[in-house]
Design a binder for this molecule. Structure first.
Ligand SMILES: O=C(O)CCC(=O)C(=O)O
Length: 292
C-alpha cells in the first residue's frame, strides 16, 4: 500500500530522499533551498528590465499590467508590468527552463522526457491600496488542456527574499488530491487582473501555509495544489520566475463543455489580438520542447 501511495505523484529516481518524496505525496509541493544561483537570477533581472524598457521584444511574449496601472501602457518601465508570460523566445529568460539543477527535480515528477509548457516572470507591484496585487487562490491546471495532471509540475523560484510583507505564496497543503474546481474572476472591489482567476468555494478552515523563501529557493508544486499570493505591502516589485513542465507523454484533451472552456476562449482572444484575428491558435501554442 505504501508503495502505491509513493508512486502516485513522484517517480522513482535517486534525486529525492524518501522524506522529500513522502512530503510531496502528502502535501503536493516541495521547496528546495538555494537552488538557483545569484548570478543566474541577476541575468534574469537584466533580461526582464530590457523587456520593460522595450529594448527587447521577444516574439509571443504577453505582458500583463496591474489593473490599477493599465492606462500607463506606453511607459517603458517595470513599474507598469505585473507579469510577463510566454518568454520562451527570450534566450536569457528561457535559460531558466533549461537549468540542470531545476530539471533534475522536475524529472522526479514528469519523468525524463520533459517539455516546458508555460513560462512566467511575476513582478508583483506595490499595492496601491486597492488590493489588486493579490493573486486569488487557484489551481493552475485550469490553464492546461493536457493530462495526466500528475506528470505536470511548476517550478517557481524566488528572485529575492519573499515573505508576507511583499506577498509570498500561500498554499493549501494536500489539495493536489482534489479535482479541478470551477474558477472565476473574484468580485473584488478594486478590480482583478486578467487571468487572475480564483476558486470561489474552498474549505476556509483548511490549513494554509505561507512560504517564506530566500533568493534562489525554488518550490516545485502540483498543478492541482490550491495556491495564491497576498498583497505586496512594500515599495519594491516582488519578483519570481517560473515554468510549468510536463512529460512529453502527456496528451491533449478537448476542454469544450468543461469548466476550462472560458479560459481557452480568453487565451485565444488574446492570441488573436497579438497575432491578428483568426490566428488559429488555441491553448496548445504553449507547447515548447526543451532540447537538452
Ligand atoms: O507569484 C505569485 O504571486 C503567484 C503566481 C501564481 O500563482 C500564478 O501565476 O499562477
Amino acid at each position: 500500500f505504501l508503495f502505491f501511495i509513493l508512486r502516485q505523484y513522484t517517480l522513482d529516481n535517486n534525486v529525492l530522499s524518501l522524506d522529500q518524496r513522502k512530503f510531496y505525496e502528502e502535501n503536493g509541493f516541495l521547496v528546495i533551498k538555494n537552488l538557483v544561483s545569484d548570478a543566474d537570477i541577476q541575468r534574469f533581472r537584466v533580461a526582464f528590465e530590457k523587456i520593460c524598457s522595450k529594448e527587447s521584444k521577444p516574439a509571443g511574449l504577453i505582458i500583463i499590467r496591474d489593473v490599477s496601472s493599465v492606462e500607463s501602457e506606453n511607459i517603458p518601465s517595470e513599474k507598469t508590468v505585473a507579469r510577463i508570460q510566454d518568454y520562451q523566445e527570450d534566450k536569457e529568460l528561457f535559460r531558466y527552463c533549461t537549468l540542470p539543477e531545476v530539471l533534475k527535480y522536475v524529472e522526479c515528477f514528469t519523468g525524463p522526457n520533459v517539455m516546458a509548457m508555460h513560462t512566467m516572470l511575476i513582478n508583483k507591484p506595490p499595492d496601491t491600496g486597492k488590493k489588486t496585487s493579490r493573486h486569488p487562490l487557484h489551481q493552475d491546471l485550469q490553464f492546461f488542456p493536457f493530462r495526466p495532471s500528475n506528470r505536470i509540475v511548476c517550478a517557481w523560484t524566488a528572485m529575492e527574499h519573499i515573505d508576507r510583507n511583499n506577498g509570498c505564496l500561500a498554499v493549501l497543503p494536500g489539495t493536489h488530491k482534489l479535482p479541478l474546481k470551477p474558477h472565476n474572476y473574484p468580485q473584488w472591489e478594486g478590480g482583478v487582473n486578467i487571468f487572475y482567476y480564483g476558486i470561489q468555494e474552498y474549505d476556509q478552515d483548511h490549513a494554509r501555509v505561507h512560504l517564506v523563501m530566500e533568493k534562489g529557493d525554488t518550490i516545485f508544486f502540483h498543478p492541482l495544489l490550491i495556491h495564491g499570493s497576498g498583497r505586496n505591502q512594500t515599495q519594491g516589485f516582488r519578483k519570481a520566475i517560473s515554468c510549468h513542465f510536463a512529460s512529453a507523454d502527456c496528451h491533449y484533451i478537448d476542454v469544450k463543455d468543461t469548466s476550462q472552456e472560458h479560459v481557452e476562449k480568453e487565451a485565444v482572444g488574446i492570441a488573436d489580438k497579438l497575432y491578428g484575428s483568426d490566428s488559429g491558435l488555441d491553448l496548445k501554442v504553449h507547447l515548447h520542447e526543451i532540447t537538452k
